[in-house]
Design a protein around this ligand. Structure first.
Ligand code: PLP
Length: 286
């Protein structure tokens, strides 16, 4: 069965889908995006992702091309048409395709935003990463200063991921002014003496939808939380470390810059949080 994608109002076979060469997402990474996970054919935390998408667009003066109800209907239609059981939905909204390349933003009345969605199938609940954990290396955070806006400027995170792979790790933790900001595509946490430590929200990091849910569940389970920056040295001395993201859920980190974390296997708090997150989000998926 050929994959069906959504492009500017139409459901088309992926092979037939087209966007303009003048699209500002293509030319300038002038685009925002969301990735939402799907479990059992149902969407996880649609409201969280829709709310962040609207904020990203507001921050960049983009006018949404569809309402959030229409967006939910498109997500559901794509799940049905692609027979998706477990995986995710990628959504991108760009500042459209003016007739010429210009740094100034086009008038949204004349050039509407473009919108593209596609699905992907991926095992999320049963993941071998959970049993093994991942290794990370630290790299300088060389992204722009508005990381709270989920834009498609992903060259540096993708470059950092490749540097990590070259060093035998699976991901990088980015460091600015001596403190960890976040992973290339996830939020970063450490656990020390039972307290979960993660950087506080600001323009420096993406406000993870999974982060919000994980911290809510941790609070409900009476776990202690400190929202503050931490260093790589502090992380290397921690009892546990983990990362969170929509399609990764909660993944344990077992090594940072070659130093083993805790006993070098996934920690109990990360495991417990993943269990709670998976159960609660599966039950609440729509
Ligand atoms: N931080 C960055 C830089 C990301 O790219 C992502 C996800 O893509 C996250 C954090 C995690 O966000 P979420 O939990 O909403 O997937």
């Amino acid at each position: 069965m050929s994959q069906i994608v959504y492009v500017n109002g139409d459901y088309v076979a992926a092979a037939d889908a087209k966007v303009s060469v003048f699209d500002r997402g293509f030319l300038m990474a002038d685009a925002v995006y969301e990735v939402t996970s799907v479990i059992g054919g149902k969407i996880v935390d649609f409201d969280g992702h829709a709310t962040r998408l609207q904020r990203s667009m507001r921050e960049l003066d983009m006018v949404p091309p569809v309402t959030m109800d229409e967006l939910l209907a498109i997500h559901r239609e794509l799940i049905t048409r692609n027979n998706l059981d477990e995986g995710g939905i990628y959504l991108q909204i760009t500042r459209g395709a003016p007739t010429e390349r210009d740094f100034a933003w086009p008038d949204p009345e004349e050039v509407p935003c473009g919108i593209v969605l596609f699905t992907f199938s991926k095992p999320l609940v049963d993941s071998k990463v959970m049993d093994e954990g991942i290794k990370v290396v630290s790299l300088p955070d060389e992204r722009w200063g508005r990381r709270d806006i989920k834009t498609t400027q992903l060259l540096y995170p993708s470059y950092a991921k490749m540097q990590a792979k070259k060093q035998g790790a699976q991901d990088a933790w980015l460091v600015e002014d001596g403190f960890v900001t976040e992973g290339t595509a996830n939020n970063a946490y450490i656990v020390k003496d039972g307290t979960i430590i993660t950087r506080q929200l600001s323009n420096d990091i993406l406000h993870g939808i999974t982060r919000a849910a994980i911290l809510r569940f941790a609070k409900e389970a009476q776990m202690k939380i400190e929202e503050r920056p931490f260093t790589i040295a502090e992380a290397q001395e921690a009892d546990e470390a983990f990362v969170t993201s929509a399609t990764g859920f909660c993944q344990p980190v077992i090594e940072i810059d070659g130093a083993q974390i805790g006993s070098g296997v996934p920690g109990n708090i990360s495991k417990r949080l993943r269990e709670i997150y998976t159960a609660e989000m599966t039950a609440a998926a729509i």
